[in-house]
Write a protein that binds this ligand. Sequence first.
Ligand SMILES: [Zn+2]
Length: 428
Amino acid sequence: MARSRNARRKKHTYTTEQEPTPTENSMLSLDDVTTQIMGAFEPVTSNNRSPTLLENPRVVCADITEPGIPCFLYLSPTPGQADMVIIDYLLSVMWTIREAPTALQQPIPGHERELYFRIGEVPGGKGLGMVATRAIKAGELIHAERPVVISRPELYTTSSLSPVGDKEYYDMALSGLSPQALESFLALHNAFPNEGPIDPMSGILNTNSFDTSLKIGDGDDNLEKLAGCYPTLSRANHDCSPSANFHFSQKTFCGQFFATRDILEGEEITVTYTDYLMSHKERNRVLKKTYGFICTCRTCSLPPALVKESDMRRRDIDTMLKDAAEDTLRYPQPTELELRQLVRWAEQEGLWMTRGMILYHGSLILSVTDCLNVGFEWLKETRKVFRMLLGEDSLKLEHVDSLGRKMAQKLASNGVLCHWPTTALEGG
Ligand SMILES: [Zn+2]
């Protein structure tokens, strides 16, 4: 099981700015798609409960009688043979149709080599988990795979949107999957088995989903919140200082685990299900409520006095990162010394992705308050972390590279000799 995204029921409306525009490399003409879809609104409102809007890739309309309807997109033309279903609003589905086929032609990273782990029983009453079958170096790709179900969290259940019940809705969604894909999905853990009318599929999605947001549209900020269930990655257990970091690559349409630190052979590979910067008490309240367990990881098993210290470090890091993200940093802003302290605390807590985020915000703060040269060096360190824990093709790395090149230009125009790394090897 893996981190959950709480189901929110929110009706979605699209503005004209979000409408897709045709491009040269479209697999399908979006004009044609739009024409077909608009034509299909007619049967939707006249008792044809699930019309097929497109044949290849197959788009089936859920039984929802409003524009912006949820659709099921199968990236295969043959009913009952798809490896993946995407449950999303119609216009987002149209974007995905444009992008996904190219991404799906990319090989799955690491597919040619043997697995670095096995799925098996792990101690501590945790059931199944992911165990390293060889030593793995920090930054190594542990595993990559495509999701079997991607869904917009607010569409986990449909009763507020549709006259059909959740069961019928999910049966329709799953009916397009191949038997193997369906089996891999249904084999995942459901932490909500006894919740009355909630369909098992909704429970599985809530228990096993990772953030699989898709950049939909041309703007940098158009990241649509979607959640994905993965046959293998979703098996990893939780730890408050996880040994793996999950990242979804839109370029290959794969979820990926990168080792946050060196992992020994035989050691469990873990991720986080919750915001690990919350206090020990708060983390465990959320884990209990959402997944039905109390964490027994190393951090959670420390003596009370040390848990208190850990909480304090995580709280200070959290405060700085939230302030920085909201651009409400206290004045005077944190000094290099204070920022270095936070970096050390993140290392002490084993929060390696968080260390990267501190370096990133620290770089921005220091290039304004201290000196551009120092900020530039911090950004280079950020690049190393993002490359290791998010992979070469992450949007965050792209952003850091673009910022780094701008900083390098500015420094060069001030007569400072500097160089922004352009290759993995150079970047360290
Ligand atoms: Zn824990």
